[in-house]
Design a protein around this ligand. Structure first.
Ligand code: GLU
Length: 180
């Protein structure tokens, strides 16, 4: 069982995300990561192992931002590796996912045929690519997410960031719990 957190603030949210993930540690995890938006850029940092590894990576290379998402992963699809750690990203979209996408193989095939490049073995990575495809068709963020999740079979709680939408953190759930 993984944990997902998200935060928007007037100050840097990276410490808030780490604190939120710390509180979810009891659920168990094999890797962790955060994404933040900062002045038009999307920054993602992931680490295998304990949160202290992620904290150390962020100390070496700080990634401040006023909006962000974080994840502790319990691998279901793909080995516990840094490449499979969440958040998973496309060019403009970053997603943390709790749950399982049952039809991910079909979606992955379809998206690859459309030109998407995958960098992990997870079921979750189809989600940012689905949203990215909807955005590239001209949809606004919320509509793009709505269309994308219609394609998903399975259980999910999601935190989503979209580059260019620095004041919006999208959350969505089906089957998995999510507190706002
Ligand atoms: N199914 C996803 C994965 O394997 C999410 C697992 C989780 O809920 O931590 O990456």
């Amino acid at each position: 069982m993984c944990g997902i957190v998200g935060a928007i603030s007037e100050r840097n949210v990276t410490p808030l995300l780490l604190e939120g993930l710390k509180r979810l540690e009891y659920r168990g995890y094999d890797s962790a990561g955060v994404s933040v938006l900062n002045q038009g850029a999307l920054h993602t940092t992931c680490a295998l192992g304990k949160l202290s590894q992620l904290r150390a990576a962020l100390q070496d290379d700080p990634k401040p931002g006023t909006i962000g998402i974080g994840h502790t992963r319990w691998a279901t699809h793909g080995a516990p590796t840094e490449a499979n750690a969440h958040p998973h990203c496309s060019a403009n979209v970053s997603v943390v996912h709790n749950g399982i996408i049952e039809n991910y193989q079909d979606l992955r095939q379809e998206l690859m045929e459309d030109g998407a490049v995958f960098t992990s073995e997870t079921d979750s990575e189809v989600i940012p690519h689905l949203i990215e495809r909807e955005l590239s068709r001209g949809l606004a963020t919320v509509d793009a997410v709505r269309n994308a999740i219609k394609r998903l079979e399975g259980a999910f709680a999601l935190g989503i960031l979209v580059r260019g939408d620095e004041e919006m953190l999208v959350a969505s759930r089906r089957g998995s719990p999510l507190i706002v």
